[in-house]
Design a protein around this ligand. Structure first.
Ligand code: DGJ
Length: 736
């Protein structure tokens, strides 16, 4: 029997499509894996969208975007090329564009998707129910997944697992990229390693609800689907309207995670961060939060500033508490006017006094939020995200402003602009202290309620775009209860981000190891905080806290008035040392150093994978003439065992480097390793070593830690090209 006129079927084996490696995939026509897209045609409820290739073009530069989303090359598209592939559903004529961008000499591709409702007249509106940025299909291999997990004060810990049949969901539905999972993952062929093996890293440039699906199907093939979360998501596309996804950046490395990291760091540093911050040497700042909390009175702040100047600090950051009647966290968010009790001469007067002392002034704001106890809430209760008929939930006593509304965006822009115009403020810490719930906007019609989460993020990006263009000299640092919104997207406007509310040196080591998987070190907000730690109550010596804070923006978060004269002198020396080393740290090549540790431990762990007790990392200038090396021990296995030699990376094998050890460890007198030793400052190496890059990288250097929590800091300077070694092992030893 013949099929009725117009009805035809595609011949062939069912499931064939489901085993192909596809660039975009829809559900319902033979591919049973998780799809790139899901649509619903309003007219008849149909959800099918089989796409076929129409044509493609290669363009110099980047396909313009009007969505307001950040993308690589936005400020610096030099040498970029884009491939635009047009796909179409021949029945409805809905069009889908796959947009790929590459940059010269970089093993990476970014991908976004644009959907246009160009459907035939009569088919009406289309609702996007799922619309991923990128779908990457891989053929069978021993695939492993690395992802970053945690929680508040415990962000971005490295997690690895072997991929097996089934689906792994990574993502956030908290309205922010989240403390719990970070919009980043790595697919590696075999267990991920720092310095060998093939791996593909995926980083989504997005700050709201996101999803990464990693699915191994019955064939062994693996699909990685990256994009917006589809939970409570839908987007109504009227006739001829388009929707653009965030951009996903995929980096390939044929030499392990280390090379992948350096590619991400280059791309983000050079192609995403605004050019005016490219050479930024983050100013040494001191923040009032853990020292004064809400007690930020003008005179107290000046007292707080005095020893900071002596220590070499450049910027004072006035954290929470300066506005409204904010004596605790129950009140005043939304009322961005100075509290006259605390700042009788306002921010202007404070800035004048702080500037006169030789410091810059920065302030904390949290403009996306409102407390019920505020003038703003009393005037505009409708500006809060909530469903008018339902109970809503608060977080930290606060409600979330409805950033989907233009008038709310403008209110925030006006408030922050007024503050920045009123006083000489050169830095903003932009905080955000709760997740989104009750995501209903009274300003949107019923069929657009699924757009609230995404429109919130677009509203936030517009606010940042306007403010950073109007005040280009102001350095913005983002923060969300610590590291709850540490994503690549925000770096487009805020070149620094607060890593975590936990500044304990051990906790921070693991947090910064994970964060450094994709983030440039100069973006990672890191401070020396008080001791014992306000978060863990652990005690670490200043040297160790310094070495961990050096591995980031570097700042202080403690009351220097509480230090003794000797401690303040030591702090001053450390700040000066940071000045000497920061160019190498902030703008050098970064290496996590694996293969270092005590016998019995898994040595690859010293670069952050798994649970290690020893960590090491280093930075090398592009010319390879200077380097900074750091190592820290959490727990020594026994007092008698020595760790393996620390093998360095990234040096020139033929250069001869002079090793300068900074900051001795001060020990009490006692018996160490069976020998009585006098107390006092001790270096790991009593003599200054000169070693070739080859010896440093292939043989390594011995490091003896004195006790748990000990750390080491080395600076390497090239001492000239290598001569014939005078000793058989190629080691030159000079008296110090
Ligand atoms: C959370 C931040 O992470 C802290 O550093 C501090 O700014 C507080 N908010 C202030 O409320």
């Amino acid at each position: 029997m013949r099929a009725p006129e117009g009805l035809q079927s595609v011949g062939g084996r069912q499931g064939l499509k489901g085993s192909q490696l596809l660039e975009v995939s829809e559900f319902g026509t033979g591919d049973f894996r998780t799809p790139s897209m899901d649509v619903c045609f309003r007219k008849d409820g149909s959800r099918l969208l089989p796409l076929v290739y129409k044509h493609h073009r290669v363009i110099d530069g980047i396909l313009p975007s009007t969505s307001g989303l950040p993308f690589l090359g936005r400020h610096n598209s030099q040498g970029a090329q884009s491939l635009v592939v047009d796909m179409v559903d021949t029945y409805t004529e809905v069009q889908v564009q796959l947009v790929y961008t590459v940059f010269p000499s970089i093993s990476a591709v970014s991908r976004r998707m644009v959907v246009k409702n160009s459907s035939k007249v009569g088919l009406g509106g289309v609702d996007l129910m799922k619309c991923m940025s990128a779908t990457f299909d891989f053929s069978t291999d021993d695939w492993h997944l690395l992802s970053l997990h945690g929680g508040w004060a415990n962000e971005r810990h490295i997690n690895t697992r072997r991929i097996q049949e089934g689906m792994i969901h990574l993502g956030s539905n908290r309205g922010v990229s989240s403390h719990q999972m970070n919009p980043f993952c790595v697919l590696s062929s075999g267990p991920p390693a720092e310095d060998h093996g093939q791996c593909f890293g995926f980083c989504l440039l997005y700050s709201g609800n996101w999803l990464m699906e990693v699915e191994q199907s019955q064939t062994g093939c693996v699909r990685v689907n990256v994009g917006l979360s589809n939970t409570h998501f839908s987007w109504a596309l009227g006739n001829q309207e388009s929707f653009e996804t965030p951009e996903c950046v995929c980096v390939f490395s044929d030499a392990g995670l280390g090379k992948m990291t350096r590619t991400f760091q280059h791309l983000i540093g050079e192609r995403l961060i605004a050019p005016r911050w490219h050479d930024l040497v983050c100013p040494v700042l001191i923040n009032t939060w853990e020292a004064l909390y809400f007690e930020v009175y003008h005179d107290k702040i000046l007292e707080f500033a005095k020893p900071a100047i002596e220590a070499g600090v450049e910027l004072l950051v006035l954290d929470d508490g300066w506005f409204g009647k904010r004596d605790d966290d129950t009140t005043s968010l939304g009322d961005w006017v100075e509290d006259p009790r605390k700042l009788p001469r306002g921010l202007k007067g404070l800035a004048q006094d702080v500037n006169a002392m030789g410091l810059k002034l920065g302030i904390w704001v949290e403009p996306e939020m409102v407390n019920q106890d505020s003038q703003l809430y009393r005037s505009h209760p409708e500006w809060v995200l909530h469903h008018p008929g339902r109970l809503r939930s608060e977080g930290r006593n606060q409600l979330v402003l409805d950033l989907t509304r233009r008038e709310v965006q403008d209110y925030i822009i006006d408030c922050v602009s007024q503050i920045l115009s009123s006083a000489n403020i050169e830095y903003i810490k932009w905080d955000m202290n709760r997740a989104l719930t009750d995501a209903f906007s009274a300003a949107l019609p019923p069929q657009q309620q699924g757009e609230v989460y995404h429109r919130y993020v677009l509203g936030l990006y517009r606010i940042f775009e306007v403010l950073t263009s109007s005040f280009p000299h102001v350095l913005f640092e983002s923060c969300a209860s610590g590291g709850g919104r540490f994503d690549a997207a925000l770096l487009a406007w805020c070149p620094q981000a607060w890593c975590s509310d936990n500044s304990d040196a051990f906790s921070r080591t693991r947090i910064q190891m994970g964060t450094s998987m994709w983030a440039p070190v100069r973006c990672m907000g890191a401070h020396i905080a008080a001791c014992p730690s306000h978060q863990t109550h652990r005690t670490h010596m200043l040297k160790t806290r310094f070495i961990v804070a050096l591995w980031g923006t570097f700042g202080l978060e403690l009351d220097l008035n509480k230090l003794s004269r000797e401690e303040l002198k030591e702090m001053k020396e450390l700040v000066a040392l940071r000045g000497k080393l920061c160019q190498v740290v902030l703008h050098g090549e970064y290496f996590r150093l694996p293969g270092f540790g005590y016998p019995g431990a898994s040595h690859s762990n010293s670069a952050g994978i798994g649970d290690s007790h020893v960590y090491a990392w280093m930075f090398v200038t592009p010319e390879k003439d200077r380097a900074v090396v750091s190592a820290i021990v959490f727990h020594r296995d026994t007092v008698g065992k020595f760790p393996s030699r620390l093998k360095l990376q990234g040096l020139r094998p033929d250069y001869l480097y002079s090793l300068i050890e900074h900051v001795p460890t001060t020990v009490e007198e006692g018996v160490f390793n069976g020998i009585f030793q006098p107390g006092g400052p001790q270096f790991k190496h009593r003599r200054r070593l000169m070693l070739t890059g080859a010896v440093l990288m292939e043989v390594g250097i011995p490091v003896h830690f004195n006790f748990d929590g000990d750390a080491m800091l080395l600076e390497l300077e090239v001492g000239g090209p290598s001569q014939e070694p005078k000793e058989s092992n190629g080691v030159h030893v000079l008296a110090s």
